[in-house]
Design a protein around this ligand. Structure first.
Ligand code: MG
Ligand code: ZN
Length: 233
C-alpha cells in the first residue's frame, strides 16, 4: 500500500472514532434528559434562515408555562444568546472557536453549567451550516431543519443528510413568498423523498403565521416524551 493510501485510511479511522465517541456521549445525554422529562430540540439550517427569530417567537409563546433553556452555538459571537435573554429566557452561548458545527462534548460542557435547575424545554441552535451539523448527534430527542423562502427551494437535494436525519421541517419567512421564486410544494416533495414521515410547518416569525401550530406540536412532543416513562438501561 502506498504511503498516501495509508494516510488516508488513518484519517478515516480517526474520524470514525471521533464520531463514535460523540454518539456515545449523545446517547448518555439523551437518556439523562428523557429521565428528567426535558425535551431537547436541535435546530439546523444555513446561516440567516431564521433559527434565532423562530426561537424568539417560540420562547415568547412558551415561557409563561414552561422553563426554557436555550444553548446557542456560534463560531465566535454572543449575539444570538443576547437576543434570547432579551426575551427573559436563559441562554448559554457555546462559541465553537472556529468549528462549524456543535459536538456533544461542547453541549455537555454548557449543559453542566445549568443542569442543576429544572427545565422543560432545551433548544439547541446549531451553528448555521447544513453540512456537518447533520453528522453530529447532540443527544436531542427532536431534530428540526429550517429553510427560508429567500434561500431557494433546492436545499433538500443539495444537503440530503440534514433532511434525512430531521423529523420536522420548518419553512421560514413565508411572508416573503410573493417576492421569491420558491415553491414550498417542491421543497416538501423533495424532502419527503428523503424522509417520508417528515412533518412540515410553514411559518413566518414576522407575521406569526404557523407559530401556534409549531408551538402546539412542541408541547405535544414534550408530553409524549414524559408519558413514555424513563428510558431503559
Ligand atoms: Mg442565529
Ligand atoms: Zn463542521
Amino acid at each position: 500500500m502506498t504511503y498516501r493510501k495509508t494516510m488516508k485510511r488513518i484519517k478515516v479511522d480517526v474520524k470514525r472514532e471521533v464520531l463514535r465517541a460523540n454518539d456515545m456521549l449523545a446517547e448518555t445525554l439523551r437518556r439523562e434528559w428523557k429521565d428528567r422529562g426535558i425535551l431537547v430540540v436541535n435546530l439546523l439550517s444555513s446561516p440567516g434562515s431564521g433559527k434565532t427569530a423562530l426561537l424568539e417567537r417560540t420562547v415568547e409563546a412558551l415561557k409563561d408555562k414552561y422553563r426554557i433553556l436555550v444553548l446557542e452555538g456560534d463560531i465566535d459571537t454572543e449575539r444570538d444568546a443576547e437576543r434570547i435573554r432579551a426575551k427573559g429566557v436563559e441562554a448559554v452561548q457555546i462559541t465553537t472557536g472556529g468549528t462549524c458545527h456543535l459536538e456533544a462534548n461542547m453541549v455537555m460542557r454548557a449543559w453542566e453549567e445549568v443542569s442543576g435547575e429544572d427545565w422543560d424545554f432545551l433548544f439547541i441552535e446549531n451553528v448555521g451550516n447544513l453540512i456537518c451539523p447533520a453528522g453530529f448527534d447532540l443527544g436531542e430527542h427532536l431534530r428540526v431543519v429550517l429553510i427560508s423562502v429567500p434561500e431557494g427551494d433546492d436545499k433538500p437535494a443539495k444537503y440530503p443528510k440534514a433532511f434525512m436525519t430531521s423529523r420536522w421541517l420548518v419553512l421560514t419567512k413565508m411572508d416573503l413568498l410573493p417576492y421569491f421564486e420558491f415553491s414550498p410544494e417542491k421543497v416538501i416533495e423533495e424532502a419527503r423523498r428523503l424522509r417520508p414521515d417528515l412533518r412540515v410547518f410553514r411559518t413566518s416569525a414576522k407575521t406569526g403565521e404557523g407559530i401556534d401550530e409549531w408551538v402546539e406540536a412542541l408541547e405535544e412532543t414534550l408530553h409524549t416524551l414524559r408519558e413514555t416513562g424513563p428510558s431503559a438501561g
